[in-house]
Design a protein around this ligand. Structure first.
Ligand SMILES: Cc1cc2nc3c(=O)[nH]c(=O)nc-3n(C[C@H](O)[C@H](O)[C@H](O)COP(=O)(O)OP(=O)(O)OC[C@H]3O[C@@H](n4cnc5c(N)ncnc54)[C@H](O)[C@@H]3O)c2cc1C
Length: 342
């Protein structure tokens, strides 16, 4: 039985922990966040919640599809959105549909990661700042100087830029792999209105609209997600990559008001004649410095180092939740093989 430390309790770390556990190994998760979820985390206010990072996810791989079926059976994932709109550069609206299966967490994205984390040991609010290789195995240190160990293996699933400094002192090949992954930032704002946002000529239940042009990339209606129909009208507003990059160091409040202004402009032709957006009752923005993997590595979707270190995460595969989950499962399988081959 291996003792494995996993840095990061996002989809890849949790998938890795689950697969290791299935093979009888002990996996212990560490995350600097207050809970599991990583880039699929949600914000809660009273009984209302909104997704700050990933809004929903697509399913292509058969093994991932089987896993999502289990999440659906557990009541933490539901097919969504049923359709979406796209606004092209000329401002014309198009209703879009395809045969791609998409899901969101119920009643919030973090419900899935909490469900996955439940059986595991998790040290939340624990930032790992250093790894040390001692005679009895690997030890992890946090900023308070507390140490955790010993572990036979350490899997790092943090976004590449955060994984690199942990790996560099011990494994140059893994650190180099991290430097080859390019992550793009994303500003994710949200705005709450006092009444429903009705748009002329558009279904009253419209769930999602993508924009081909402008600061905004995507607007998602949180109160149209399954299990959140009771919530007030709240939209998450995701900025385009290039805009996020240019405004990365801006103040969050300023970003929220700029993206709300961009929404008003983008919806102008659909707002009831002469009217503006409903009254705003709350707004905010979250800066994701490492949101999506733009440049990923060639296969395999994980790396094993020389001395028991390993690297996994969406950046090694493709930048989506499915990629993160598959990378986590595959690194666990590879670690299991090292134990059984020994
Ligand atoms: C705004 C946004 C929109 C997105 N939209 C979509 C979408 O529509 N569809 C889709 O499929 N995907 C989407 N994604 C991408 C998706 O969220 C990611 O692919 C997936 O969540 C990555 O999972 P992961 O486990 O690899 O990494 P993460 O979720 O980033 O998990 C890594 C974890 O490591 C932790 N960590 C980092 N450093 C340390 C440290 N030193 N010590 C301890 N813990 C540490 C972090 O706190 C984090 O929880 C989106 C992401 C963002 C940000």
């Amino acid at each position: 039985m291996l003792q494995v430390a996993i840095i990061g309790a996002g989809f890849s770390g949790l998938a890795c922990a689950g697969q290791l556990r299935r093979h009888g190994h002990r996996a212990v998760l560490f995350d600097k966040g207050r809970g599991p979820g990583g880039r699929a985390s949600s914000r809660r206010e009273g009984d209302e919640s909104l997704d700050l990072g990933a809004q929903y996810f697509s399913v292509r791989d058969a093994a991932f599809a089987a896993e999502v079926d289990r999440w659906e059976a557990a009541g933490v994932a539901t097919p969504w959105p049923p359709s979406s709109y796209r606004v092209d550069a000329s401002g014309a609206w198009h209703e879009e549909g395809d045969d791609q299966h998409r899901y969101c967490g119920t009643p919030r994205m973090s419900a899935i990661t909490r469900h996955l984390a439940a059986p595991h040991e998790l040290f939340a609010a624990t930032r790992v700042t250093r790894l040390t290789d001692r005679l009895d195995g690997w030890w992890l240190e946090d900023p308070q100087g507390d140490s955790y160990g010993p572990f036979d293996r350490v899997v790092v699933t943090a976004p590449a830029a955060q994984a690199e400094p942990l790996l560099r002192p011990h494994d140059e090949a893994l650190a180099k792999a991290c430097r080859e992954i390019r992550m793009l930032p994303c500003w994710s704002a949200w705005v709450r209105f006092d009444t429903a946002l009705t748009l002329e000529g558009i279904d009253a239940d419209w769930p999602v609209v993508r924009f081909d042009q402008g600061p905004l990339r995507l607007a998602v209606r949180q109160n149209r997600k399954p299990g959140r129909e009771h919530q007030s009208e709240t939209l998450s507003l995701l900025a385009q990559d290039e805009w996020s990059q240019r405004h990365l160091e801006d103040d969050a409040e300023d970003v929220a008001s700029r993206l709300t202004a961009a929404l008003q402009k983008a919806l102008a032709t659909r707002l009831p004649t002469g009217s503006s957006l409903p009254q705003i009752t709350a707004s905010g923005a979250h800066r994701w410095r490492y949101a999506t993997a733009d440049l990923t590595l060639a296969a395999p979707d994980h790396r094993l180092g020389e001395d028991g270190l390993a690297l996994a995460g969406d950046g090694l595969r493709g930048g989506r939740i499915e990629d993160a989950w598959l990378s986590g499962v595959h690194v666990a399988e590879a670690l299991h093989r090292t134990a059984t081959d020994a």
